[in-house]
Design a protein. Structure first.
Length: 333
């Protein structure tokens, strides 16, 4: 025969089933010891939600994602809440629920024994109670392993859910290489050089300025909308460096209708502005291009040139470009 607790446990696996939590609350009041494992798992799910929220906020500080929107953010919040419940409700989770059960379980049993005997409960704690560190379910290495598993699970589900984003750096390179070729030819640069800067500015296509309605700006190079820009604009938070210190500001960025427009405007900006004259004609000398670009005032990040060079020299960039050359979609060196 199913108990009220059994029914409650069946209905707390989905965060939208609020009736399940009400039933769990009632069951816990009548049988605290039996409800403890379920309540501990709910506590762990809250902790996991907080961890996921902090991760999302840290990621958001880098900028907006390509194709992101208010609806997408709402879906992501729902997904994170359900993910937290699922991770804490199956397997060992992070181990927090097990720890709570071991710590509080002894207290509940001791309290029940005191009530039955009429004692005061002033005796020493039994072996395996809260004071025994060996009773904890996991050491630091085990906790790290479980945490890594949780993070990887979130990444895997997120990758499969966000189909509208480039799934990896290779896809980013393959999708933008045709546009990069035209810009690179005009500026006397290699395709690798141009794509490396776009990858840095957008975190491989995952972050770029977007409008208030959620539409993307296709601004692949972080180009701001100055007084001479009469096209569409988007206003978003950004990070500027003042005397080497990162400062959070809000700025207006140019918005385009397509990646092709973004690359064309980027090439026009560098080709027509005297400040960037020395950044042209470097061919595949990524380091020389990046240093000249920074010297011209393109970016305030003191590590900007080094970051572009690191991305250009990365294995993922070289492998992606090599596959395009093998397929005949890029000229060989």
């Amino acid at each position: 025969m199913a108990t009220p607790l059994d029914s409650a446990l069946q209905n707390v696996g989905t965060w939208t089933q609020l009736s399940g939590f009400d039933a769990l609350r009632s069951a816990a009041r009548s049988d605290g010891a039996s409800a403890l494992p379920a309540v501990a798992r709910q506590f762990e799910s809250i902790f996991t939600q907080m961890m996921l929220k902090s991760m999302r906020e840290a990621n958001a500080s880098l900028g907006e994602a390509l194709g992101d929107s208010q609806a997408g953010q709402a879906w992501r919040d729902v997904f994170d809440q359900q993910l937290a419940l699922s991770l804490s409700g199956t397997g060992k989770g992070l181990g927090i629920a097990d720890m709570l059960v071991r710590q509080l379980g002894g207290k509940l049993q001791q309290a029940a024994a005191v009530d039955a005997s009429g004692g005061t409960g002033g005796g020493a704690a039994d072996e395996g109670d809260l004071g025994d560190p060996a009773a904890l379910p996991a050491n630091a290495d085990e906790f790290q392993r479980r945490l890594a598993a949780v993070i990887e699970s979130g990444r895997e589900v997120g990758r499969s859910a966000m189909k509208w984003l480039p799934q990896d750096a290779r896809e980013f390179v393959h999708a933008l290489a045709p546009y990069a070729q035209a810009a690179a030819k005009r500026l006397g640069l290699s395709v690798r050089t141009v794509l490396a800067q776009a990858a840095l500015e957008t975190q491989w296509g995952r972050h770029m300025p977007r409008a208030a309605d959620g539409s993307t700006s296709f601004n692949l190079f972080g180009i701001k909308a100055g007084g001479n820009w009469d096209g569409r604009k988007v206003s978003v938070p950004t990070v500027e460096y003042e005397d080497g210190v990162a400062v959070r500001k809000r700025a207006q960025f140019r918005a385009y209708d397509s990646p092709a427009q973004a690359f064309a405007d980027y090439a026009e900006l560098l080709a027509s502005n005297p400040r960037y004259a020395k950044a042209q004609g470097h061919g595949d000398d990524v380091h020389g291009f990046a240093r000249a670009l920074v010297a011209g005032g393109y970016a305030t990040d003191p590590a900007y040139a080094r970051k572009i060079a690191a991305i250009a020299d990365s294995e993922v960039m070289r492998d992606a470009l090599a596959s395009l050359k093998d397929a005949g979609q890029l000229p060989t060196d």
